[in-house]
Design a binder for this molecule. Structure first.
Ligand code: ADP
Ligand code: MG
Length: 233
């Protein structure tokens, strides 16, 4: 499915993020504007330290901007009460990070079910959905494996399945292939892309990985605190 250009899911307006480090202020993002459309697969690249993770954390409401706004479906998230904000973060947003953060004592199926359990959904439905997600991600034969018995690529695919269990509207991914070899990385990207299209997901990936940028609907580059059109190397 192509991005729905009339439909803005998430918008950043005049975003600024400054970290106070000792005497000096470090301005990481400055007057940054971004509109993310429904069903869009957006890749943001940038050098190490350019502010990719900072931007993703602000968009996903894991951190607060110094100034500026984040609007989700037109609603200013800074004006949204804590309980509702938690619901949005847990159910409408999904996250995948460079490190999978799977719980070692649970198997793949249970790890995927967990955010649904936290959201209070019935275990039987979650079990079916987790099974279906893991199968779609090529892990139907690994449901009862604990993370230590999965390869790096399989662990990360489990983390992707977990990020989708609550049927989020938007997925935020921070260097999801950062720990993978090139073959596992390409495989993960292809699977993510397929799920994005089948499930009509909106995905924002921040990454060093140029092959993700090449596969995206749109590619932006973070430089000097701001976004510009991306150039694939
Ligand atoms: N909590 C923090 N306190 C102070 N400085 C930070 C903090 N988080 C990030 N930074 C700094 O902000 C800049 C951008 O960091 P980051 O967003 O992690 O970059 P990237 O993900 O592109 O590598 C870096 O210079 C980093 O050192
Ligand atoms: Mg980072």
């Amino acid at each position: 499915m192509n991005p729905d250009l009339n439909n803005i899911l998430l918008e950043a307006k005049s975003l600024q993020k400054t970290f106070k480090t000792g005497e000096e202020d470090l301005v990481v993002l400055h007057d940054l504007h971004l509109q993310i459309h429904k069903n869009e697969f957006l890749a943001v690249t940038g050098e190490s330290g350019s502010g990719k993770s900072t931007l993703l954390h602000l968009l996903g409401c894991l951190d607060h901007p110094t100034s500026g706004q984040i609007l989700y479906l037109g609603r200013d998230l800074a004006q949204t009460n804590g309980e509702e904000l938690n619901r949005i973060r847990n159910c409408e947003f999904g996250f995948v990070f460079q490190f999978h953060h799977l719980l070692p004592e649970f198997n793949a199926l249970e790890n995927v079910m967990l955010p649904g359990m936290i959201a209070g959904l019935p275990a039987r439905d979650l079990r079916e959905k987790a099974r279906s997600l893991l199968t779609d991600l090529g892990l139907g034969h690994r449901l009862s494996h604990k993370p230590s018995r999965l390869s790096g690529g399989e662990q990360q695919r489990t983390a992707v399945a977990r990020s989708m269990i609550n049927s989020p509207a938007i997925l935020f991914m921070d260097e999801p292939t950062g720990n993978l070899d090139p073959a596992s990385s390409d495989e993960l990207i292809a699977l993510i892309r397929k799920q994005q299209q089948n499930r009509h997901l909106t995905i924002v990936i921040v990454t060093h990985n140029q092959s993700i940028a090449r596969n995206a609907d749109r590619h932006l580059q973070l430089q000097d605190g701001n976004l510009k059109p991306g150039v694939v190397e």
